[in-house]
Design a protein around this ligand. Structure first.
Ligand SMILES: Nc1ncnc2c1ncn2[C@@H]1O[C@H](COP(=O)(O)OP(=O)(O)OP(=O)(O)O)[C@@H](O)[C@H]1O
Ligand SMILES: [Mg+2]
Length: 425
C-alpha cells in the first residue's frame, strides 16, 4: 500500500527494463519515507513505489529534502528506510546528515540521492554509515535495486524482531496485552506488525481484532515444507493498515501435539517479512513454547499480583536469563491490579523478588477491558485516552527496541563501505 503525503502528477513512462540476467528480490513489509527536493524525484519515487518488488512496502513521499527529514523525526519514530534527495554541495549534505543522525532510530537505513560525484564525499558518507549513495540522474530500477539490496544482501540482517508475550499463569491477560501492543506498534510506531497466535485450540486474536480468516497458522504448521514468504502472505489476514494476523484455528477437531521445532519455519519467514512480530504464547511449558521464548528477540511476562504468579514469573525469568546470557533480560508487567477486596502482592515486592521494576502496571478495569473484548476492539478504540492505552504504547516502544530512539549517534546506518567492497569484488 502506498500513502502519499503529496499529490503529484502521474509518473512519466520509464524506458527502463531489468536486464534478463538480473534479479531484484522483493522487499519485506518495510516502511520507506522519501524526502525529495525536486518534482522529478518525487515522481520517480512514486513510480518506484508502484514496482511489484516494493508492493509490500509502505511508502510516503514528501518534499523538503534533508531539512524536512530532520524536522519530521524530531518527535516521531523513523521508518526502516529514509531516502533523501539532496542537490546541495558536499558540506551542506554532510551537515544535514549529521542533524538527521541525531534524531534517527537505531536500525533505520538511509539512502541518499545526490548530484556530486566525488570520492571524498563518498568517503565521508561511508564514515557516517549511509547505506547507499545514488548519483542523479537516477532511474526507477536504481531506487528499487538499492532498497532491495538493503534487505536481500547475503549479509543483511533479517528485518523483523520477535516479541514473545506469555502469562505467568493462565487467564492473566497476556493475549489481551499482546494484541494491544501489536496494535499500538502498528498505529503509533507505524511499524508493520504481525501477530502470530500460537494458542491453536483456544486463541483469541481473531476475536479481539474482529477477524474470522479461513486460514492461519495451523496451515503453516501442518505443511512446514511449503512454508515460504508467498505461502505465509496468503495466510495473513489484514487487521489495520500496518497490522496483520496469523490466526489460530480455535477449533478442537484435532489435537495439537507439536515437536519442539514446529514453529521454526513460520517464525523464520515472519522475521524476514515484517519489522515487528508479536507472538501470543499460551501459558504452557512444552518443547515449542520453551524454544519460542528462548529464541525471541524480546520477552514480556504478564503477571497478576498474587503469589503463584510471582513464583512462576521468577522461575521463567531465571530460566530465560540463564538460557540467554547475552540478551536483554525478559521484561514483566503486572496486570489486573486492584481487584476490589482481593489481597494483592505489591509492585515493590515483585520488583524486589524479580530484581527489576515492572515495565508497566495495568489496573483491573472490567468495564473497559470487557467492552473491548466483546466488541472485538482494542482498548485505545473503546477508550482513547485510557491509561492502559498509553501503557500499551510505551510497552510497544520498549519491546520494539524504540525506547532509546532519540539519542545522537555518529554512525548508525549500515555502512556503504560493505556495499562498495561487494561491488568491487
Ligand atoms: N486489566 C484488565 N482488567 C480487566 N480485565 C482484563 C484485564 N486484562 C485482561 N482482562 C480480561 O481477562 C480475560 C483473560 O484475558 P486473556 O485471554 O488476554 O488472558 P490470557 O492470559 O491470554 O489467558 P489464557 O491463559 O486463556 O491464554 C479477558 O476477558 C480479558 O478481557
Ligand atoms: Mg491467551
Amino acid at each position: 500500500m502506498i500513502k502519499y503525503a503529496l499529490k503529484i502528477g502521474e509518473p512519466e513512462a520509464v524506458a527502463e527494463t531489468l536486464p534478463r540476467d538480473e534479479h531484484i528480490a522483493p522487499v519485506p513489509r518495510i516502511s520507506i519515507q522519501a524526502f525529495c527536493e525536486t518534482a522529478e524525484t518525487a515522481t520517480l519515487m512514486q513510480a518506484a513505489g508502484e514496482d511489484r518488488r516494493l508492493a509490500k512496502a509502505h511508502i510516503k513521499i514528501q518534499m523538503g529534502g534533508i531539512a524536512a527529514a530532520a524536522e519530521a523525526y524530531r518527535n516521531a519514530p523513523t521508518p526502516n528506510v529514509i531516502l533523501i534527495e539532496s542537490e546541495s554541495r558536499s558540506a551542506d549534505l554532510l551537515a544535514g546528515l549529521d542533524r538527521l543522525a541525531e534524531v534517527c532510530d537505531a536500525g533505520t537505513r538511509v539512502i541518499t540521492i545526490g548530484r556530486v560525484n566525488d570520492i571524498a564525499l563518498y568517503r565521508d558518507l561511508v564514515r557516517r554509515g549511509v547505506s547507499d549513495y545514488l548519483i542523479a540522474p537516477v532511474g526507477v530500477l536504481d531506487v528499487v535495486r538499492s532498497i532491495s539490496g538493503l534487505f536481500n544482501a547475503p549479509d543483511a540482517k533479517p528485518v523483523g524482531r520477535t516479541i514473545a508475550v506469555v502469562g505467568a499463569k493462565g487467564g492473566v491477560g497476556s493475549s489481551t496485552i499482546a494484541h494491544n501492543i501489536a496494535w499500538a506498534s502498528a498505529r503509533d510506531l507505524e511499524l508493520n506488525s504481525v501477530v502470530a497466535d500460537l494458542d491453536l485450540p483456544f486463541g483469541t486474536a481473531g476475536l479481539d481484532y474482529n477477524q474470522d480468516p479461513p486460514q492461519g497458522i495451523a496451515d503453516a504448521v501442518a505443511s512446514p515444507e511449503r512454508v515460504d514468504t508467498a505461502f505465509i502472505d496468503r495466510l495473513l489476514s489484514k487487521c489495520t493498515d500496518h497490522l496483520s494476523l496469523l490466526a489460530a484455528p480455535a477449533t478442537l477437531d484435532r489435537v495439537y501435539d507439536f515437536g519442539a521445532d514446529a514453529f521454526d519455519a513460520v517464525l523464520d519467514v515472519l522475521r524476514g517479512s515484517a519489522p515487528c512480530i508479536v507472538l501470543d504464547v499460551p501459558h504452557l511449558w512444552n518443547g515449542w513454547a520453551k524454544r519460542t521464548l528462548i529464541a525471541a528477540d524480546a520477552i514480556l511476562i504478564v503477571a497478576a499480583p498474587d503469589l503463584a504468579n510471582l513464583r512462576n514469573a521468577k522461575n521463567l525469568i531465571d530460566l530465560l536469563r540463564a538460557a540467554r546470557p547475552n540478551d536483554e533480560r525478559p521484561h514483566y508487567c503486572l496486570n489486573q491490579v486492584g481487584v476490589p477486596k482481593r489481597p494483592e502482592i505489591k509492585p515493590a515486592d515483585f520488583a524486589k523478588a524479580l530484581e527489576a521494576e515492572p515495565a508497566a502496571i495495568i489496573a483491573f478495569e472490567p468495564q473497559t477491558f470487557g467492552t473491548a473484548a466483546n466488541n472485538g476492539q482494542m482498548i485505545a478504540e473503546v477508550a482513547a485516552g485510557h491509561k492502559a492505552a498509553e501503557s500499551f504504547r510505551q510497552l510497544a516502544q520498549l519491546l520494539a527496541g524504540r525506547a532509546e530512539a532519540k539519542r545522537p549517534r555518529s554512525n548508525l546506518w549500515s555502512p556503504l563501505l560493505q556495499k562498495l567492497v561487494r561491488r568491487q569484488v
